[in-house]
Write a protein of this length. Structure first.
Length: 160
């Protein structure tokens, strides 16, 4: 939605979000619109779901949560970010809990996993609050431009 462009612009201005996502590092209206269109195409193409995280009461977008289907049957990968002004207010935890519960319930997935860059303590805390368990470290898994980094793997599985 075009109403979400201010959120994309604020994310573009954040030093870390464009480094580890597809949010444009240099915001223009055209780049913001294309980023939003790409999120919609994820759903229509069957890649997964990409939803805005909205502020309670105003419905103003303050972040994004994504659940992409992995090549393994029944497995999804979750990712999320918030603009700086929305952090430490519970939005990420609420969004992750809702998405993971939906994925492992009505959507029928068996496993939801998250790959987190070491040092991203805020994301680790959100995942732990939402029942994700630490599984290990995959060395040099993530690529951000010319930079490679390890990934901490967290998962939550469907109740048997």
């Amino acid at each position: 939605m075009l109403a979400d462009l201010p959120c994309v612009e604020a994310a573009s201005d954040d030093g870390r979000i464009p480094q580890s996502t597809t949010v444009p590092a240099s915001f223009t209206v055209a780049a913001g619109q294309e980023w939003i269109a790409r999120q919609h195409r994820r759903m229509t193409s069957g890649q997964g779901w990409s939803l805005a995280i909205a502020e309670v009461g105003t419905d103003r977008a303050v972040g994004c949560i994504v659940l992409l289907l992995r090549p393994q049957p029944g497995v999804g990968g979750i990712g999320f970010w918030l603009i700086p002004a929305a952090r430490d207010q519970g939005y990420a935890s609420r969004a992750v809990e809702l998405m993971a519960s939906w994925a492992l319930g009505p959507a029928g997935l068996a496993r939801v996993e998250a790959w987190v860059e070491p040092g991203n303590l805020a994301s680790v805390a959100v995942l732990r609050r939402c029942g994700f368990e630490f599984e290990g470290r995959l060395r040099s898994l993530l690529s951000f431009g010319s930079r490679r980094t390890d990934a901490l793997v967290f998962s939550r599985i469907a109740a048997s």
